[in-house]
Design a protein around this ligand. Sequence first.
Ligand SMILES: Nc1ncnc2c1ncn2[C@@H]1O[C@H](COP(=O)(O)OP(=O)(O)OP(=O)(O)O)[C@@H](O)[C@H]1O
Length: 548
Amino acid sequence: MRSVHPIRIVARLRPPLPGELCDSSLDIENPTPPTQNQSQQYISIKNPRDSSQVFKFQFNSCYGADSTQNHIFSNEVRYLIDIIFQGMLATVFAYGVTSSGKTHTMQGTADDPGIIPRAVEEVLQHKSQLPSSASAQVAMSYMEIYKDEVYDLLTQRENSPKLSVRENSAGEVFVANLSSRKIDDISDFETIYFEASKRRSVASTNLNRVSSRSHAILTLTIKVSLENKTLTGKLNLVDLAGSENNKITGNDPTRMAESSAINKSLSVLGQVVHALNQGASRIPYRDSKLTRLLQDALGGSSLGLLICNISPAAKFRQDTLNTLNFAVRTKNIQNKVVVHEKENVASQQTNTNVSTPRKSSIFSPDAQRKRAANHPKHSNDSKLPQPHTHLESFPPSERYLMMSEDEINKRIARAVDAEVTRRLAEERAKFGSQLGPVTDTPHSMVASSAHTPIDGEVQHREEPLESRTQQSGSECRLADMSPLSRKRTGRAYVALARAQTEKNNLQNALELYRKAEAYVPGNVKLKERWILFVVHVFMHMTFSDAKC
Ligand SMILES: Nc1ncnc2c1ncn2[C@@H]1O[C@H](COP(=O)(O)OP(=O)(O)OP(=O)(O)O)[C@@H](O)[C@H]1O
């Protein structure tokens, strides 16, 4: 079994550039403070076609224009370095319209380095703190995808023909003949990276003086040799070219051709995300080199972090909205993360479930103490490190499988109570004195409502669902069901629950909603149904009390 993780999505707004006309209709509520993540952070943006309509987008973190490179790295990326040293893959990609700050975030400048140089520094620091029984080798490769062709950025362009993308017998996609350089210290890296970055295709456009005309993928490979096994972890750092409106990019034919190649590959990226969300049988990874190479990060075996760069410029409002919509869709993708480890005696590579607890850390107790003091947020725990800690840090699907039924019920009750209390306050403001005081919590009201025997028709429709679960037998089998069939079964239970709600068989409806929850834990639409259901119960009971 593999451990399932959704892609983490964060947004970063860049500051206005000199002379730029900025968009006051774009705002970040509760931007992420430097050291902690808040739950209610969202970006609000007015509809460019109807400014009375405001869209709100909630992500894992939202960074305002005053966020620093250090905030982004410390809060979002540093924990991934622990992960790759444990033999896993992680992919960070910066996405956004042209000039929104992707290259600034990934590469930065000599005075204000971005994620890439900081990640290399952190990797080398990790390496230096390994115990004497372990050793590590760090290597980097760097490529660009320019007009849907792959080029090696570590070799001179004259010596660098187009490279082909291939797949090995294990189904892993790789670039044939891509070179790789060993990195022993930061000056090695700086020399190689500086030269390679100069080779990247950039040009001045009407929208960005130094615009990246290609997607760049820098990969750090870390091989950790332990006594009896070798762990191979990889960190892919991706600076995507920006989506752009080629009517305003410039009418030079070269720029137009680049622009349409960029937009085409980003559009395939959107189609891949859409197909994954639909549970489609064919995912169009092969329709562009970009999506083929990012296959692992999109529904594959890599942990994913999408940084959504946002421009404050008014002229990009529609593009910003498109970026935010893309990010929202990406939230639903689930990656199945594995550990890449190879027994030193046998030559076969094995993939191990990441949720299997490790008995010991590869770091010595001394190094662990030192590291914990340097980075108090991300202890070198045996569990998969995350930007947040404790149960809440696990994706909903996993969280639910780890909790007892009682805990699940309590959590549902608490979440529903909180949301219902908020909505009731709204209803109260609308209906005023028609509603009496709340004397009971919404959840306990549902629990105490009468239980009516499930009618024949509903029972008839529920039986096949029940027998399917019984055949599968255990929670573990439930976890093995395909996302699509889980979703379908969950939906079927919701339909039954709604039918019971309409008949005011509230206790039955509650049970059916709970069954649905087991199939699609944490599903946003289902939560919304739960809330509507409890509000319905409350309104029903309050008004029937008033009539009495
Ligand atoms: N957080 C930031 N703080 C200060 N300046 C920034 C920030 N983000 C971006 N900038 C500046 O904004 C300009 C555009 O940024 P950048 O080139 O990184 O955009 P991009 O999204 O990579 O664009 P393209 O897709 O065209 O390559 C640059 O001058 C950059 O220095």
